[in-house]
Design a protein around this ligand. Structure first.
Ligand SMILES: C[S@@+](CC[C@H](N)C(=O)[O-])C[C@H]1O[C@@H](n2cnc3c(N)ncnc32)[C@H](O)[C@@H]1O
Length: 711
């Protein structure tokens, strides 16, 4: 609806009656696909429509009837308390019908809870409160609804809550606590976990709402064992749901002081493992083992898994080959810990905070290895961002202990309330627009494995999106000192040159574009900054006229090369001569005073083409010449063709440190090695091969054979 729409701010001219709403809802319910794995669309927020989450308690709001809701208005200072009167329809959101104490009925849509929406787990008859509701007009007829975008704007009320008006209190849904427990057990067996938690929560919540007799019955059975049993079951369900904070709290609450507490410690240990808090996990698992559990082998297995994680965390030792072999489209979340101790977060002269080296790190060494805090197994490009966004919202809601780290990430220009993550009415405040802003500025695209991505046969573009909290502190540079690669949800960062303790670590956010104005526009649009790395800074001093001319020549080169692709057989002499000539012209358009010791990225494309063209014609000496030239264009210390004694790894240690490591450097070294071999210069071939393998390790994260790069 537009700002100027005549209905904005008005009461609806007519509201549908309860029966009319029920008829339409029923017909939607009939059509809905209830298969658990049916892909659910995600309503991703549009930042230009942002409005803040409610930060107030329902108790501080004026409770109004549904008939007071005005079209397209955010009812600040107000709230509604309503009863759910229909089963949920699950689509992009969860839609149910609700009724207030005056008998007014309406629709409510809750977005962004994914499958853990309180409505999807809450049977009819439950009472919910919506804080500062937004009443939306769907654009036609009398179709209005309360639209809940921020998950913390809706809360499930305990039946005992005094805020519930008398007329909405209809009595417990099931008669006794034992019935509730059975309903929970049934839902658990049917793998309907949100409902299981709901039933399991009731006996603990609703005691004072039971009749005296029922209460006595509950008290009578509540010799500790009943209560502990319920907590233990709910802990198990929360563990399955990935609600690790709640699983840990429930497990600890289920302790009775008896030796059977080993179960509680076991569950708490597993919950902490899920939170990647291996130290605490280890403590609980050792407490479980100390109680001589009957399931010793299961606990011991978990304990030894935990010790492996602690070892990885402190040493950075990983078996990357085995991890790579274990990857599959269904196994992308690897069971490993992060290794972060070489780095620290501190204020950056570039912007806000940055990541810094905590010790000297040599070219090629691991800087850090980080397991994604969140990365959905969704490699479909059109769905990857939405899936990550939905997962972030869910995690912030389900595991508030992770909220502060996620919410402290840079969120761009979005105006924070300062209360995000605070617990209000027992629920952490989740502002979905802030979540989306954080996602926007901090997420990375990740192939299933970078290694596979370098194979010429791989279909490119299948990328998941994820959040790596530590990596998110790294600022961008077009001539960075690190390179990231992926193995499933593991981000591996390696040094691309020697880094001194205290130096800021940098990475390229996206593959760096050759022309400075094009890439600056990209940084400004995507991340809101102007890059001032050594290359950008030098190029900003160059002449605009020269840049224009470079652009023009590069355009001409691209047209010739585009018509003559090297993989389509031997290329005609004329095309090679033209590209050669234009490349010389392009080179002359690079001012020496600007580009001394810096990459000349505009030359990468034609030089790469020339390598391939000469390779196709088996012109080995020329392949060597252009391959070594490519190293120089990326800012590396290229050995002279005649230098028989160069140190393979030294090329990565150019003084001034303004180079850009890419897979093209590795491919050029591989081709140079092959060409040297064909020329009978085996020693130089071996040096190129070694330098190439070393570079390939930086690119893919671990040592690999250059043969993979066939082509
Ligand atoms: C993922 S965050 C990096 C960490 C951030 N500096 C912080 O304080 O949390 C990305 C944001 O950092 C800023 N940034 C990154 N690289 C930069 C650079 N080279 N110069 C200026 N700002 C940069 C941009 O505002 C960008 O949107």
């Amino acid at each position: 609806m537009t700002e100027s729409h005549p209905l904005r701010g008005k009461l609806p001219p007519r509201r549908l009656a309860k029966e009319e709403l029920a008829r339409t809802h029923k017909s939607h319910l009939k059509k809905q696909d209830l298969t658990p794995d049916a892909p659910r669309p995600v309503k991703q927020p549009l930042l230009d429509q942002a409005y803040p989450a409610s930060t107030r308690s329902i108790r501080d709001l004026e409770i109004v009837p549904l008939s007071d809701l005005r079209i397209e208005e955010h009812h600040r200072g107000k709230g509604v308390v309503v009863k759910v009167i229909s089963p949920p329809y699950v689509g992009a959101g969860v839609i149910s019908l609700v009724e207030d104490e005056l008998g007014n009925a309406d629709k409510i849509a809750i977005y962004n809870h994914s499958d853990s929406s309180i409505l999807s787990g809450v049977p009819e008859g439950c009472i919910v409160a919506v804080k500062e509701p937004y009443y939306k007009y769907n654009g036609s007829g009398e179709d209005y609804m309360i639209c809940v975008d921020h998950p913390s704007d809706v809360i499930l009320l305990r039946f005992t809550d005094p805020i519930i008006p008398e007329l909405l209190r209809l009595g417990p849904l099931l008669k006794s606590a034992v019935d509730w427990r059975s309903a929970g057990d049934k839902a658990f067996i049917e793998r309907d976990f949100p409902t299981a938690v709901f039933w399991q929560v009731l006996p603990v919540w609703s005691r004072s709402y039971l009749s005296n007799k029922q209460c006595q019955a509950l008290e009578a059975s509540d010799d500790g064992t009943f209560r502990a049993g319920i907590f233990a079951k709910r802990a198990g369900t929360n563990l399955v749901l990935g609600r690790y904070d709640a699983a840990k709290a429930d497990a600890l609450a289920s302790r009775t002081g008896a030796s059977s507490d080993w179960k509680a410690y076991f569950t708490a240990g597993r919950a902490c493992y899920g939170l990647c808090d291996y130290q605490t996990s280890r403590g609980y698992l050792e407490s479980a083992l100390g109680l001589d559990p009957p399931a010793t082998s299961s606990v011991k297995k978990e304990h030894s898994r935990c010790l492996s994680r602690l070892y990885e965390e402190s040493t950075g030792s990983y078996n990357f080959e085995a991890l790579f072999d274990s990857l599959s489209p269904t196994n992308v979340h690897l069971d490993v810990a992060s290794f972060l101790s070489n780095t620290r977060v501190a204020d950056s002269p570039l912007h806000g905070r940055g990541l810094f080296a905590a010790r000297n790190i040599k070219a090629g060494e691991l800087i850090y290895v980080e397991k994604a805090t969140l990365m959905p197994n969704q490699y479909e490009p059109s769905r990857a961002s939405a899936a990550l966004y939905a997962m972030m919202v869910r995690q912030l809601y389900d595991n508030p202990s992770l909220a502060s780290t996620i919410l402290s990430l840079y969120g761009g220009a979005y105006q924070r309330s300062g209360h995000e993550g605070d617990l209000v009415d027992g629920v952490p405040i989740v502002d979905i627009f802030l979540v989306e802003s954080i996602r926007n500025k901090n997420c990375f695209s990740a192939p299933l494995s970078t290694l596979d991505d370098t194979r010429p046969t791989t279909t490119s573009g299948r990328m998941a999106k994820g959040l790596w909290l530590h990596a998110s502190y790294m600022n961008h540079s077009c001539v960075p000192n690190s390179m990231r690669s992926f193995l499933g949800d593991l981000l591996i960062s390696r040094a691309t040159r020697n880094i001194a303790e205290g130096e800021e670590l940098s990475q390229q956010y996206v593959p760096v574009k050759a022309l400075s104005d094009v890439r600056q526009a990209q940084f400004l649009a995507g991340w809101g900054f102007t890059c001032q790395c050594a290359l950008c800074e030098a190029e900003s001093r160059g002449s605009r006229q020269m840049l224009q001319k470079r652009k023009e020549i590069l355009g001409r080169i691209e047209r010739v090369c585009g018509k003559n692709t090297p993989n389509k057989g031997v290329l005609p002499d004329s095309a090679i001569r033209t590209v050669d000539r234009l490349t010389k012209q392009l080179e002359e358009l690079h001012e020496t005073e600007v580009y001394a010791g810096l990459p000349r990225l505009a030359l990468v494309y034609p030089v790469n083409w020339l390598i391939q063209a000469h390779r196709g014609r088996k012109a080995h000496a020329k392949v060597v010449r252009y391959a070594l030239r490519l190293l120089r264009e990326f800012g590396f210390r290229a050995p002279a063709d005649e230098d028989a004694n160069w140190e393979p790894r030294e090329i990565y240690n150019g003084k001034g440190g303004a180079s850009l490591m890419t897979i093209h450097v590795v491919t050029a070294l591989k081709y140079a090695s092959e060409a040297y071999k064909a020329l009978g210069r085996t020693d130089l071939a071996a040096r190129c091969e070694e330098a190439g393998r070393f570079g390939y390790m930086m690119v893919t994260g671990f040592e690999n054979d250059l043969g993979i790069l066939n082509g």
